[in-house]
Each structure stands twice: as C-alpha cells, then as structure tokens.
Write a protein that binds this ligand. Structure first.
Ligand SMILES: [Fe+2]
Length: 294
C-alpha cells in the first residue's frame, strides 16, 4: 500500500498516533496510545490518560451495542466551543444547503462535545448509518469497506486544548462536524455506502488507490455551485474553518471523476486543487452512476 493511501482519510495530515498492542514496555505500562514528541498533547499527562481511556472504549467495544461515553473535561468542551465560534460564520458563508439542513436536523449543543452514541442514534434514525468507535489509525480498506454496511468508524477523542483549531490527526470534531452531519443526508449516506460496496469489489491496489482519490476529492474535499457561488459539501472542508477560508484560493476544475482518480494530492497542506460540480444534483448523479458501474 502506498504512503498516499495510508494517510488517506485518517486524515488530512499525517497520522502520528500509534495504538500499541497493550504489551508496552515503556515507562507507563498502561499506555496504549503513543503520541509523537511534537504532538500538542505529548507533555500533558492528563490528556494522555484520557486518550488511553478513550482508546480502551474502542478496543473493548462490541459492534451494535451502545457506545460508552468518553470522559471529556471542561477544557475540552471549551475546545468544542472555540471550534464552533470559528465554524458558525464559516458554515453560513461556505457550506452547501444540503449540509446546513442536516446540521439543523442534528441540532448539536455547541457548548458540549456530544457523545458518539447520541450522534449515532440521531444519524441512524435518518439514514440508517451508525457510528462505531475506533482508537485511531484504521487501514483505509477497513474504513472504506465498513461504509458498505452503513458503519462509519469514528475516533472519539478531541484534539489538545492548546491547539483548538488544529489537529494533526482526525478527532471527534472532524468526525461529527464533517462526517456525521453529511451522513444525516440520505443522498450523501447513499454515496458513502456505494463507495464501500465499490471498494469491496476492488481487488487491484491501483484501482483501490483510484477509488480512494475519488473519495478524497468528493466526500472529503468536494465543492459545488449554488446560485453561482462555490459551496462545500466535503467533510474535510466543513470541519475546518481554515480549510473553508482557503477554499476559494484553490484551482477549481469541473467535476471529472476520471481526472480525480488520477490526481495525486498532498494531504499535509490546504488543498490547492478542488473539483467543482455545477450543482448538488450533478454531483450526486455523476458519482452514483460511476460507483454503481465500478
Ligand atoms: Fe475525514
């Protein structure tokens, strides 16, 4: 598997977390999450303890059972508040209508990080999709194939409070504000399922990489036109005020799935190239047909 596919989806920047097997021989025998020395939470023992406790939830989780609550602190709820203060105006300006409708339907508390179980129940009632917790890095194929079953594998921890608008890895803010909201759209949920089914039919590595790039340029970083203006429907854009602010600096090309399949992107920077559909309907129809034919 190439480096590109390893970093794909989990997520927009390099994944720096390693989940060990529980037989850690380091200084902390109970540590299961290892953070890089340059991770914002590396020196914060309390944060690392919470990360371990939250990873434990995923590691002992029985699919289909209620997701245990994560132990967020007031400081972490403050991170969620800061994210929303930045994203509220950015969404009003740059989010597509379908996303804004779903956001209203899910009706999040912007003061407290919602628990995955409560979000999962709301999404499932709308589209049949449910969330299941994962401790961190998931193989791209495992992640994408789970979509075929209507399961979105979601991290549960939140980024460190010292960098509320930046995370070097996917966190619960990206999963909920990006993915869970879009999975509350019946049409976007259907496209996610079709991606999962297409991946299951894909055996060759280069075909998998092509499909994964299409996922990147649509579900993660897709844009479309609405009343003559460019709006985001991609989860990587919608969960980051920084990405939304930079979106209009990107080169826009008309949505072309063959071109997206062949375009190698850099996940460590703001995206310099985006594929823009002429409408939500065009994006939905084009992607649906493509995935059904794959
Ligand atoms: Fe993502």
């Amino acid at each position: 598997m190439t480096t590109e596919t390893q970093t794909l989806l989990r997520d927009h920047v390099d994944m720096r977390m390693i989940v060990a097997n529980g037989d850690d021989k380091g200084s902390d025998r109970n540590a299961i999450v290892k953070l890089d020395p340059d991770h914002p939470g590396f020196r914060d023992r309390g944060y690392r303890a919470r990360r371990n406790a939250i990873a434990q939830i995923a590691m002992t989780y029985e699919p289909g059972s209620p997701i245990p609550s994560a132990p967020y602190t007031e400081l972490e709820h403050g991170v969620w508040q800061t994210i929303w203060r930045a994203l509220g105006p950015a969404h009003r300006e740059h989010a597509c209508a379908e996303y804004l409708e779903c956001l209203e339907r899910l009706d999040f508390d912007t003061d407290h990080i919602p628990q995955l179980d409560e979000v999962s129940q709301k999404v499932e009632a709308i589209s049949g999709f449910r969330l299941e917790p994962v401790a961190g890095l998931v193989e791209p194929r495992v992640f994408l194939e789970s979509l075929a079953q209507g399961v979105f594998l979601s991290t549960q921890y939140i980024r460190h409070h010292s960098t509320p608008l930046y995370t070097p890895e996917p966190d619960v803010a990206h999963e909920i504000i990006g993915h869970a909201v879009t999975l509350a759209s019946k049409r976007l949920a259907e496209l996610n399922r079709l991606f999962g089914e297409a991946v299951k039919r894909t055996t060759r590595t280069d075909d998998f990489d092509r499909l994964a790039r299409i996922y990147w340029f649509t579900i993660e970083f897709g844009v479309l036109r609405e009343n003559g203006r460019v709006k985001a429907y991609g989860t990587g854009l919608l969960s980051s005020a920084g990405e939304l602010a930079e979106m209009h600096k990107a080169e826009l090309r008309p949505l072309d799935l063959e071109a997206a399949a062949n375009h190698v992107y850099d996940p460590t920077h703001y995206q310099s190239l985006l594929f823009c559909a002429s409408s939500f309907d065009e994006m939905y129809g084009m992607l649906r047909d493509f995935l059904l034919r794959w």
